[in-house]
Design a protein around this ligand. Structure first.
Ligand SMILES: Cc1cc2nc3c(=O)[nH]c(=O)nc-3n(C[C@H](O)[C@H](O)[C@H](O)COP(=O)(O)OP(=O)(O)OC[C@H]3O[C@@H](n4cnc5c(N)ncnc54)[C@H](O)[C@@H]3O)c2cc1C
Length: 409
């Protein structure tokens, strides 16, 4: 088969679709990406307004992700690093927990904080070491229990779970009960231990931009919504039908009918509010957590080098399910920030509500077995939802689906 004229369509130009295209291009193929929106990157997006970068939801690139190391150029992304650990706000007190081995300034605050017992702090250290020696393959082959039970079984006290693990991992898993499978906890904890949480200088969307810019022989057709696929046909919502030799789908479809169905899957959501504040109350590069179960505010940070008319910007994430309208949410969060964190907001800038932020799935995987990647004749699947909700998984799934597709061609 002549590679250049082989008609390969990729449904979705999110991170998995972009990596799939990059992998296909590397072997001489010229895929076409069909993307329903007007931009590449899917859930990894940043708006720019008056020189300020607004990420669509707070997310971080963990520099230790093996797939990110393979597909991204960190130097060109100009990554800003967060300090390991967090600043915890609880009952009017502010305490710091950190990794003294990588940031010596965290040594005393960590030892003397009342966030957990000394035994808890030693256990954090031993868990970090244990997971350093456990491979990612082993992690995803381990039995799955809830993260909460995992932490309890490991012997962590309720105090450190409530003061640190629950707020920290609520922000990562986008759910408050810590019911997310322990495989994800181990994977994320390992990644935090082996690298840094980072953000590109131009916001998280710079990752999408970098991947899209690497494509030289692919075409992205924006505003093309796929409604149904069969073995060699793609039906677009506008009635057009495209003939194809192979289809790589990066968004949930019902295999039997070939119909696109995003709602078939459970999703976790969040709100992200941006404010200006009078002054920074803690350093950039530190993630603040509100460890009060009733608070709407989960985490907050000052985006690196971002100001509006000289006022610093604060990004706040809300994970709690709620029915508040924008005005009430902004008021509630502003008063929480004052009460728990002693932060006075000056003006509200914008809100992003991301209803389908992370897939709510279990039986999390590092990779799909090849016979699960090909779901029917000429149809291959990728996307974080087939593995686990992370940038690493999106990239891994896109790459392996492209490889499987090429093998079959
Ligand atoms: C708020 C938030 C916080 C997160 N935090 C982190 C984090 O800290 N670290 C981390 O590693 N990951 C995080 N993630 C997860 C990470 O962003 C995702 O795992 C990853 O972006 C998924 O990429 P994807 O290509 O699998 O899916 P998507 O990004 O969903 O891409 C699918 C693409 O398909 C398009 N599409 C959908 N339906 C159709 C159709 N019918 N026809 C054509 N095109 C279609 C969509 O528009 C989209 O562009 C977070 C995500 C969010 C939203």
């Amino acid at each position: 088969m002549v590679k250049k004229s082989t008609k390969i369509y990729i449904v979705g130009a999110g991170i998995s679709g972009l990596v799939a295209a990059k992998t296909l291009e590397a072997q001489g193929y010229c895929p076409v990406l069909l993307e329903t929106t007007d931009a590449a990157g899917g859930r990894v997006k940043t708006d720019i307004a008056n020189g300020v970068f607004f990420d669509h939801g707070f997310q971080v690139l963990l520099s230790a992700y093996p797939q990110a190391q393979k597909h991204l150029n960190y130097t060109n992304l100009k990554l800003n690093r967060f300090k390991p650990g967090a600043l915890i706000f609880k009952e009017g007190k502010t305490q710091r927990i950190g990794d003294p081995l990588r940031d010596i300034s965290a040594l005393f605050p960590t030892i003397f904080s009342s966030i957990g017992s000394l035994s808890d702090k030693i256990k954090i250290f031993t868990l970090t070491q244990t997971l350093k020696n456990k491979s990612i393959d082993e992690i995803f082959a381990s039995a799955e229990i809830s993260t909460l039970n995992y932490l309890k079984n490991y012997g962590f006290s309720d105090r450190i779970i409530e003061n640190f693990f629950r707020p920290f991992f609520t922000g990562i898993f986008l759910e408050e009960e810590l019911r997310t499978p322990s495989r994800m906890f181990e994977f994320v904890f390992k990644m935090f231990g082996e690298g840094y949480a980072t953000l590109p200088e131009n916001g998280i969307g710079a990752i999408s931009e970098q991947l899209a810019n690497q494509l030289k022989n692919s075409e992205i057709k924006f505003g093309h919504r796929v409604s149904k696929i069969s073995s060699n046909k793609i039906h677009l919502e506008n009635g057009e039908v495209l003939q194809s030799d192979a289809i790589l789908v990066t968004t949930p479809i019902t295999i039997e009918t070939g119909e696109h169905d995003l709602n078939n899957l459970g999703w976790k959501s969040c709100d992200n509010l941006y404010f200006t504040v009078e002054k920074k109350t803690f350093d950039e590069g530190i993630i603040g957590l509100v460890a009060d179960k009733d608070a709407f505010t989960n985490n907050l940070y000052y985006p690196f080098d971002q100001t509006v008319s000289g006022d610093p910007i604060l990004s706040v994430t809300i994970v709690k399910n709620h029915t508040l309208n924008e005005k009430d949410l902004v008021e509630t969060v502003s008063s929480e920030l004052l009460k728990h964190c002693k932060i006075a907001t000056k003006s509200f800038l914008r809100k992003y509500t991301i209803k389908q932020a992370l897939p709510d799935i279990d039986n999390l995987k590092k990779e799909l077995s090849p016979n699960k990647i090909k779901v029917s004749e000429n149809v291959y699947v990728a996307g974080d939802y087939v593995l686990n909700g992370s940038l690493n998984a999106a990239m891994a799934s896109g790459e392996s689906a492209a490889i499987k597709l090429m093998e079959e061609l």
